[in-house]
Design a protein around this ligand. Structure first.
Ligand SMILES: Nc1ncnc2c1ncn2[C@@H]1O[C@H](COP(=O)(O)OP(=O)(O)OP(=O)(O)O)[C@@H](O)[C@H]1O
Ligand SMILES: CC(=O)N[C@H]1[C@@H]2OC[C@@H](O2)[C@@H](O)[C@@H]1O[C@H](C)C(=O)O
Length: 365
């Protein structure tokens, strides 16, 4: 492996299933610097196949393998956009893959991917499969970003929370004394995206404007909050395996008379409340909350989190120097860098693993 270069490409495609976020990161001299960023949307057929593979279906072995090949083409496309902007030789591509099942309680998680094909297409070392080793060590295999959040945003003496609001939400509590805790809080945008897609044919609620036009239905909110996952102690992680369309429809069944924009306001409040409750349970006196992931662009949601925390300041990670839509790809570049140095990437206090583990597997160029 050419570890003379500290330039790593990180690629993340998350539970929102919108496409691939990529960055070129430079870790020289202990710094964390984004050199370039790119986004490759999924072709609509790939997106709908990846969505279908989230649940059991006919002939899924073959279909998963074919989807993995399609995914590798998208990843390669993102790498091709990034390479001319890198400004030097890239040592490795660190790629998350696409989660299609996450069942740590059964001892597995599946990020579909074809890293061998990506190595073939790019001619660069590929590091993939970041979650399975943590699960093998008894952990959840998720969330993995808290270690990166501490490295990038931690500040001694300050209690900060970083909340990633993608399809699913997860918090990293940086206690300011070196301790880091965190877990998946539940739905981030996944239910909101489902609802606005069904009602208005839009991919998401831009800025949270539609939610802001409705009012929260307290009875529906109580029904949505009546979910054992929210009460389960950490370590815990979740995904579309639990928070899917059927989950939402079962909850909505008794509330057919609630206006669509009020349902939207209530789903937005659900995400805000579960995140705020999780933060409060972890730390009584956080000084600031920084949001990343696409949900950081939803001002109604951020206002909801701040209000639920009694006025704690909630702003995006841009305030700390990293654009919210780049944080996850940067985190996987960082995990790739850790792998190259054979340094552990997991935090047992977060995932529940028996110990620190080196995360990832190498597919040489
Ligand atoms: N301008 C915006 N206004 C409101 N919401 C937005 C905006 N931009 C993005 N989003 C939301 O963010 C989502 C994408 O977020 P992101 O890319 O962080 O998710 P992900 O990485 O796929 O998920 P995860 O972190 O769960 O793996 C979109 O589906 C949408 O709901
Ligand atoms: C299994 C899986 O892909 N989990 C994702 C998902 O998206 C958000 C949340 O659920 C988090 O647990 C994780 O992603 C981030 C990047 C993580 O591992 O920290």
């Amino acid at each position: 492996m050419r570890d003379t270069s500290s330039l790593i490409i990180g690629l993340m495609s998350g539970t929102s299933l919108d496409g691939v976020d990529g960055v070129v990161a430079d870790f020289s001299g202990g710094a964390i610097r984004t050199v370039a960023a790119a986004f490759t949307p999924f072709p609509p057929e790939l997106r709908s196949e990846l969505m279908a593979l989230q649940a059991a279906s006919e002939n899924e072995l073959e279909r998963e393998a074919l989807a993995a090949n399609g995914l590798a083409l998208c990843y390669a496309d993102c790498v091709r956009q990034l390479l001319p902007l890198a400004g030097g030789p890239v040592a490795a591509v660190a790629v998350h893959g696409q989660t299609i099942r996450h069942r740590p309680e059964l001892g597995f998680t599946r990020q579909t991917n074809n890293p061998a094909l990506l190595a073939e297409l790019t001619g660069i070392d590929v590091i993939a499969d970041f979650r399975t080793r943590d699960i093998a060590a008894g952990g959840q295999g998720a969330p993995l970003v808290p270690a990166f959040h501490e490295a990038a945003f931690g500040k001694p003496g300050l209690a900060r929370v970083v909340v990633n609001i993608g399809g699913i939400g997860n918090i990293s509590v940086l206690h300011g004394d070196g301790r880091v805790t965190g877990f998946d809080t539940g739905p981030g945008n996944v239910l909101m995206d489902l609802w606005i897609g069904r009602q208005l044919g839009k991919a998401y609620d831009e800025g949270g404007a539609w939610a802001a036009s409705g009012k929260v239905d307290e009875a529906l909110l109580a029904a949505l909050l009546d979910e054992p996952y929210f009460r389960q102690p950490a370590p815990k992680s979740t995904g579309r395996d639990l928070f899917h369309e059927q989950w939402l429809d079962a909850k909505l069944a008794r509330f057919g008379d609630v206006a669509p924009q009020d349902v939207m306001a209530t789903l937005t409040r659900l995400t805000a409340t579960t995140i705020a409750d999780a933060i409060r349970d972890e730390h009584a006196g956080v000084e600031a909350v920084y949001a990343c992931g696409g949900g950081a662009y939803n001002t109604t949601l951020l206002r909801g989190i701040g209000d639920a925390l009694g006025g704690v300041k909630v702003e995006s990670t841009a305030a700390l120097g990293i654009a919210p839509n780049r944080v996850e790809a940067l985190a996987f570049a960082w995990l790739g860098y850790r792998f190259m140095r054979r340094a552990p990437g997991n935090l047992p206090a977060v995932t529940g693993a028996r110990g620190l583990r080196i995360l990832g597997a190498l597919y040489p160029a």
